[in-house]
Design a protein around this ligand. Structure first.
Ligand code: ADP
Ligand code: MG
Length: 205
């Protein structure tokens, strides 16, 4: 995500994901990011409507809960009536996937944020470097469309696994250090063992 301050006009696109287009809009009189889940032509219209609305409402609910548990996320502002658009505050940063160098501290911070999410009973569901942003000072978790309220080790291990696949072995160790600071050694080992099991299951399948 590249952007210059001077080009940030209302309507300007600030990001694009697999599901949604994000643009700068006005919400309750203030500049906000609007995440608009776009229609998928390959899905039947009624199903498409309900999936988009469900994910948008879910995203709002989880983002609020995460934030009230001390997780760094954009500040959730509201969901539009039709349920396809969600509004939150802008993060002046870049997704870690697009950063040339990601520091050890930033990677550890990813672990801290995931530790907080899991402690709050939330599994992110798509915990990759494309859904983590850094503004140079803090790391923020974004994109809660697939998140769930769950404390199941299996769901937590899925978050580990997606992150594991998106970074190097060395970075994954730094991530584990951050996670351990919040979740403790026992919980970290539990989730890690489960992740290894899932990995080996995949190899033997
Ligand atoms: N609060 C935000 N502030 C600035 N940019 C954002 C914000 N949220 C998302 N983005 C940008 O938009 C992109 C897509 O957002 P995301 O929520 O991941 O959509 P999708 O669900 O389609 O993957 C992100 O990768 C990021 O570049
Ligand atoms: Mg995304």
């Amino acid at each position: 995500m590249k952007m210059k301050k001077s080009t940030r006009a209302i309507g300007k696109e600030v990001g694009k994901g697999a599901e949604a287009v994000l643009s700068l809009q006005v919400f309750s009189g203030k500049k906000a990011v609007c995440k608009h889940r776009m229609k998928k032509e390959y899905r039947c219209a009624a199903l498409d409507e309900s999936i988009r609305a469900r994910r948008t409402r879910n995203e709002g609910k989880v983002m609020r809960e995460a934030q009230s548990n001390g997780v760094n996320t954009p500040l959730m502002l509201g969901v539009d009536e039709g349920g396809k658009k969600i509004f939150f505050t802008m993060i002046n940063g870049v997704v870690l996937e697009d950063k040339k160098t990601v520091s050890k501290k930033e990677i550890q911070e990813c672990g801290v944020q995931l530790g907080k999410l899991h402690q709050a009973g939330i599994a992110h569901g798509d915990f990759t470097t494309s859904n983590l942003m850094s503004d140079g000072k803090n790391v923020f978790v974004i994109d809660f469309g697939l998140s769930e309220f769950t404390k199941k080790t299996e769901d937590q291990a899925t978050d580990f696994l997606l992150f594991y696949k998106s970074v190097s072995e060395e970075k994954f160790k730094d991530f584990l250090f951050g996670y351990g600071k919040i979740a403790g050694e026992r919980q970290t080992k539990l989730v890690l063992d489960k992740m290894r099991k899932i990995l080996s299951r995949g190899r033997n399948a």
